[in-house]
Design a protein around this ligand. Structure first.
Ligand SMILES: Nc1ncnc2c1ncn2[C@@H]1O[C@H](COP(=O)(O)OP(=O)(O)OP(=O)(O)O)[C@@H](O)[C@H]1O
Ligand SMILES: [Mg+2]
Length: 233
């Protein structure tokens, strides 16, 4: 479905990724963990076209997409929930959601009604400005906005960052419903236990490289510790 091959990325002279190979199968959920600065967001930005790469460093359905701009990548069915949510501040919840639907590539399961089913609180707040919401509610809008395009692949960058545990639980409770529509998901997550609980497979990154690939069930704490921090476990 989605693959990176020897993916490199740089910000000016600074190299952030050094030959990253990851794969995502149809319907699969993959977690990407790693310390601050490991390159997780850079990987997602490379997939979505925010950072351009050589064409064949990113493949979607076997086709090279590494050099395509974000609008085209999005239209292929790859949607991103960006780090920091990035809602349109002057727009209501519903308007934010509808904007996500404007890039809709194909008919699919997601509509305003389906999003409100997934996150009922958003229906109650549908006319409120996005920025008047709590952090957790804003995150729900950001997820809903991405889903409105009926993506084949959903990329989530630290959707639990800065949220209270009870809110994180509510947000992660939506993942099974999203997966059940057949959407493949990549979650970038600092909370390792949370990541392992939702994912089929996990990648760990350190300093721009993949240091571990493992099934989420069965990977040991020692393996993760080693991959996360390097050196001796
Ligand atoms: N816009 C930028 N300009 C220059 N360097 C950047 C930029 N964005 C990220 N970097 C650097 O690239 C490296 C990887 O950053 P990235 O944001 O991908 O890490 P991350 O794993 O997402 O970290 P975090 O957990 O803090 O979000 C870091 O060293 C970071 O300082
Ligand atoms: Mg990041």
């Amino acid at each position: 479905m989605l693959e990176t091959r020897a993916l490199t990325a740089a910000y000016g002279q600074f190299r952030a990724l050094f030959g990253v190979d990851i794969t995502l199968a149809a319907g699969e959920t993959v977690a990407i963990i790693g310390a601050n600065g490991a390159g997780k967001s850079t990987l997602l930005r490379s997939i979505t076209g925010v950072l351009r790469n050589a064409p064949d460093m990113v493949l979607h359905r076997g086709e090279p997409i590494g050099a395509l701009p974000p609008e085209i990548v999005m239209r292929r069915g790859i949607a991103m929930v960006p780090e920091g949510r990035k809602l349109f501040p002057s727009l209501s919840v519903e308007e934010n959601l509808l904007i996500g639907g404007q890039v809709r590539r194909a008919p699919g399961p997601w509509s305003l009604a389906a999003i409100y089913d997934l996150f009922p609180i958003l229906q109650a707040k549908r006319l409120a400005p996005g920025t008047s919401l709590s952090g957790g509610q804003q995150q729900m809008v950001a997820i809903g906005r991405a889903l409105m395009s009926n993506p084949e692949v959903l990329l989530c960058d630290e959707i639990s960052l800065g949220l209270a545990p009870v809110v994180i639980r509510d947000i992660y409770a939506a993942l099974p419903a999203i997966k059940s529509t057949g959407t493949a998901v990549i979650v970038v997550e600092q909370d390792i236990a949370r990541a392992l609980s939702v994912a089929d497979r996990v990648y760990c990154m350190m300093e721009g490289r993949v240091t571990l690939t493992a099934p989420a069930q069965g990977v040991t704490r020692a393996e993760i510790h080693q991959a996360y921090f390097g050196g001796a476990a």
